[in-house]
Ligand binder design. Structure first.
Ligand code: 5GP
Ligand code: ZN
Length: 131
């Protein structure tokens, strides 16, 4: 059973903020910050690697609208638009979704990362990815 498919079918309650033929956006039950929203394609895809072009377009166009709606409602200072792809990256629900996380002064979200570029040969990596 996929929890987001059940939400989309209306079998599990959710707090809807936006809906169209292809996309449903709901408040994340765990609200990292006020207005934290999940954008779900109405068709099931496991993750970003699986998502087809048609729904990638539907989700991103809806995400732009919803981000503007949240911006109008709460006037945050900015947003993180995040997708976790697979468990190691923090994906816990295997139905593709985009997080829209409004950012406020002194909110509690900390996103740290190290600069590891000294460990890698960037020319080699770019060549490898380009194939
Ligand atoms: P992920 O970790 O896969 O990137 O994000 C999954 C998100 O779904 C989590 O932030 C979690 O709080 C949220 N979530 C899990 N179950 C439910 C639910 O039943 N309803 C809602 N609205 N959000 C959920
Ligand atoms: Zn699903």
């Amino acid at each position: 059973m996929c929890i987001f498919c059940e939400i989309i079918k209306g079998n599990i309650p959710s707090k809807k903020v936006y809906e169209d033929d292809n996309v449903l956006a709901i408040l994340d039950i765990s609200q990292i910050t006020k207005g934290h929203t999940l954008v779900l394609p109405k068709k099931h895809f496991d993750n970003f690697l699986d998502l087809d072009d048609e729904y990638a377009s539907h989700v991103f166009l809806a995400a732009k609208k919803i981000t503007k709606m949240i911006d109008k409602a709460y006037k945050p200072l900015g947003f993180n638009i995040i997708n976790n792809c697979n468990e190691i990256a923090g994906q816990s629900v295997m139905h593709y979704h985009l997080h829209i996380i409004p950012r406020y002064e002194k909110d509690e979200l900390v996103m740290n990362h190290n600069d590891n570029s000294n460990k890698f040969d960037l020319d080699e990596i770019a060549l490898k990815i380009r194939g």
